[in-house]
Write a protein that binds this ligand. Structure first.
Ligand SMILES: *[C@@H]1O[C@H](CO)[C@@H](O)[C@H](O)[C@H]1NC(C)=O
Ligand SMILES: *[C@@H]1O[C@H](CO)[C@@H](O)[C@H](O)[C@H]1NC(C)=O
Ligand SMILES: *[C@@H]1O[C@H](CO)[C@@H](O)[C@H](O)[C@H]1NC(C)=O
Ligand SMILES: *[C@@H]1O[C@H](CO)[C@@H](O)[C@H](O)[C@H]1NC(C)=O
Ligand SMILES: *[C@@H]1O[C@H](CO)[C@@H](O)[C@H](O)[C@H]1NC(C)=O
Ligand SMILES: *[C@@H]1O[C@H](CO)[C@@H](O)[C@H](O)[C@H]1NC(C)=O
Length: 683
């Protein structure tokens, strides 16, 4: 457990006095354990103390931001729930009574992050953000006692209507990450919004479940919801409007946003949603159940009896538990409705059903949405699997058509293997718990969108189905390869194909649902950062890999801690544009709201009949109507279905996504030659 007094260590003060040269500080602080807010240090003035009802008074810091000529007031490390330790491990966050204190709480330093298990090879964008705090991923302070949030606000007087509020859920696969790296001083001070960044439980501590009401999982998401409650109760004390709250997140943070949109309990806690490169309909977003096969392994590993596992695991030291249990499975969100049907405490599930089913029924927060993805999402990983052996092969000079086909085939075989495993597991589970709760399981299975094949949870004898991989490969190759032999174009088409399949198609599906009820904006981020020191690992051909928009949205070119990076004028302009779009949306539900420079372009709302996106590049511009969504959401599932027709009772319907409203899915759409003519638009 960590000490609860957030005092600064002597090493850190030493560092602070060296802040004159940030580059120097980064070197010196490399070894310092606690990560500090970028730019904190010398001679900062205190910001006015704020009294939080039922909790106490917190003192903040005034952060000068010379590059933008404004100052931010920051209040770090505010507890929003009791420490989730002891009996509160694997339990919903306890917020009543809220944690309180007597003396003035020092809000100038971050509290420890939730215990995490970072990847051996951090993503380059992640490395960029961690380097800002002068700390490396594996050296940040961590504790099981981690439910703290941070408030960043503009200095000075509060306007009558109060500041709009943006709440950030950080990325990290639900396994790692911390709010520490997300310094919102620039965003808040420059654009007059309040930004709240929050920690939430991760990994096995955040998502352990035994699929019963005793431990139904989703703890990390409930933490986020508790932070949203805290905002509703307290943000007015900081000058924020509880009636204007925008949730935003990237990666797992965007999946979180999507899940709060469909969670009945979160519905009234926010008014707008921004999903960046992630959403609740991603194949990997939600599991229909907790991974029951790892429960035995956990029991073995920690010497527990299987029938008292949860209580036994509560007694394991937290870091040991994460080290030993964190990588046994992909801990993450689950559909907890079935586990809680008979809960004696009458707890509401966080996720009563699959997200697609909830959206189908209109059961979601019908708020303004902004949703998008990056043109080359998986560019960093795309070629590792066959070439690099982990060496970070960047695809060399491009790829041949044969290579393209091999990559597609491998991707499909992987998916097929996953789906088959899933079907077999579901079959086993069905047999084990036969008559129990058949109805709710069916509901969960049949609408679990994914890429189609995983949807047929109840396909009885489907466990042994195999896909005609050649047939499906041909379809994808036809769309993305035919008109060219150029190796660089093929490499690019492969990477954009992956991005469109995984992120683009699901973003469009979400947009189709929510645009029925409220304004919806879709973007595709395409800008290549010009500063070579920002993402040194990015090959020349990669424009917008996963996370590339983050430094721009967060105004990193203006961060004092990022002064050593060779940002260009174009980078700064792009950052100006992105910050304005994001905060305009938070203020007006309209990213291109005209009153604010530098926005001088139109951003049309999403129309399901004419799907277009805003292409966010140096000169942002609406795209032409796009057929990618039709290809992946309407046509491709049919191809999958046909490719599996040998399987008993596998029909087009069971492979297709849950229907989204479309005016014209014509018969012509089933004709392959048609697809070939579409594909020229991709080059
Ligand atoms: C908060 O802690 C910092 C670092 O230890 C210290 O410089 C500052 O004076 C403290 N502020 C208050 C109000 O105690
Ligand atoms: C819930 O309770 C009902 C009635 O007591 C019982 O039939 C059913 O099996 C229970 N379901 C679960 C999942 O425990
Ligand atoms: C759209 O969302 C806003 C909040 O973003 C809400 O005030 C408004 O009522 C919603 N409109 C509809 C038609 O539901
Ligand atoms: C599926 O495969 C298993 C083992 O390979 C076999 O025992 C079983 O009979 C097969 N089921 C069907 C429906 O073919
Ligand atoms: C914007 O996009 C349209 C088509 O979507 C294109 O005709 C036009 O030239 C583009 N404008 C700029 C400035 O790129
Ligand atoms: C296929 O569907 C038919 C009619 O609905 C049913 O009688 C049969 O048992 C199903 N077969 C399998 C293998 O599920």
């Amino acid at each position: 457990m960590s000490s609860s007094s957030p005092n600064r260590s002597p090493r850190q003060s030493l560092c602070a006095s060296l802040m004159l040269a940030v580059a120097v500080c980064v070197c010196v602080c490399g070894r310092v354990v606690a990560a500090q807010r970028a730019g904190s240090g010398i001679g900062y003035r205190e910001a006015p103390a704020v009294n939080i009802r039922r909790q106490g008074t917190v003192a903040g810091v005034e952060v000068p931001l010379n590059k933008i000529g404004h100052r931010a007031w920051t209040y770090l490390g505010i507890p929003y729930a009791r420490p989730p330790v002891g009996d509160l491990r694997f339990a919903p966050p306890k917020v009543d009574p809220p944690p309180s204190w007597n003396n003035v709480r020092n809000g100038s330093v971050h509290m420890p992050g939730c215990i995490s298990d970072p990847p051996a090879r951090p993503h380059p964008v992640n490395r960029l953000f961690t380097s800002m705090s002068g700390s490396s991923v594996d050296r940040i302070r961590m504790s099981e006692d981690c439910l703290y949030l941070n408030v960043y606000r503009p200095e000075g007087a509060v306007p009558d209507e109060k500041f709009p509020v943006m709440v950030w859920f950080h990325p990290g696969d639900f396994h790692w990450g911390t709010p520490m790296y997300w310094d919102a001083s620039v965003l808040a001070a420059r654009h007059k919004v309040i930004v709240v960044t929050t920690a939430y439980r991760l990994n096995i501590l955040g998502f352990y479940t035994d699929n019963t009401a005793g431990a139904s999982g989703n703890w990390g998401l409930m933490d986020q919801a508790a932070a949203l409650d805290w905002v509703q109760r307290n943000i007015d004390s900081f000058g924020g409007s509880a009636q204007s709250v925008t949730v935003f997140g990237q990666g797992a943070g965007a999946v979180s946003v999507g899940l709060h949109v469909v969670s009945p309990g979160s519905r009234d806690k926010f008014h707008r949603a921004i999903s960046m490169s992630g959403n609740a309909l991603l194949r990997t977003a939600v599991a229909s159940e907790g991974p029951s096969d790892v429960l035995d392994a956990l029991a073995d590993k920690f010497n527990c009896f299987r029938n008292t596992l949860t209580g036994c695991l509560r007694n394991v030291e937290a870091e040991t538990l994460v080290k030993g249990g964190g990588s046994l499975t992909r801990w993450g969100p689950v559909i907890d409705g079935p586990a809680l049907v008979n809960d004696s405490n009458g707890r509401e599930p966080f996720l009563p059903d699959a997200p697609a089913a909830l959206m189908d029924n209109g059961r979601f927060a019908q708020v303004a949405h902004m949703i998008g993805y990056n043109r080359m999402e998986d560019a960093f990983d795309a070629f590792d699997r066959t070439d690099g052996g982990g060496g970070g092969d960047d695809g060399g000079d491009g790829i041949t058509r044969e290579k393209f086909e091999t990559l597609v085939r491998d991707m499909l075989l992987d998916e097929e293997a996953e789906d088959r495993k899933l079907r077999q597991q579901q079959q086993q589970q069905q047999q084990q718990q036969q008559p129990a709760a058949a109805a709710s399981e069916e509901a969960a299975g049949s609408s679990d969108g994914g890429d189609g094949a995983s949807g047929d949870a109840d396909g009885n004898d489907g466990g042994n189905c195999t896909m005609n991989v050649d047939f499906v490969t041909d379809t994808i190759v036809l769309r993305y390869v035919k008109p060219t032999d150029d190796a660089e174009t093929l490499r690019r088409n492969f990477v954009t194909m992956l991005a469109n399949k995984v992120y683009g198609a699901t973003s469009y599906r979400v947009a189709a649902y929510v645009s029925k009820y409220n304004v919806t904006y879709v973007y595709r981020y395409e800008y290549k950062v010009r500063a070579v020191k920002a993402l040194p690992a990015a090959a020349e051909w990669m424009d917008a890999p996963h996370g590339a928009e983050l430094p721009m949205v967060w105004g990193m070119p203006y961060w004092p801690a990022a002064a050593a990076i060779d940002w260009t004028t174009a980078d700064r302009r792009m950052s100006d544009t992105m910050m304005a779009l994001w905060t305009n949306f938070a203020k007006h539900s309209d990213p291109a709201h005209r009153t604010s420079s530098p926005i001088n372009f139109r951003w049309d709302e999403f129309q399901p009949r004419m799907p277009r996106f805003m292409a966010l590049d140096k000169v942002p511009n609406m795209s032409l109507p796009d057929q990618e969504s039709d290809f992946w959401n309407q046509y491709y599932p049919k191809v999958l279905a046909i490719s599996q027709q040998c399987c008993p009772n596998f029909t087009v319907d069971s492979a297709a996504m849950p229907a989204i409203p479309r005016p014209s899915t014509s018969v012509a759409f089933l004709l392959l030659p048609f697809v070939a003519t579409l594909s020229s638009s991709l080059l």
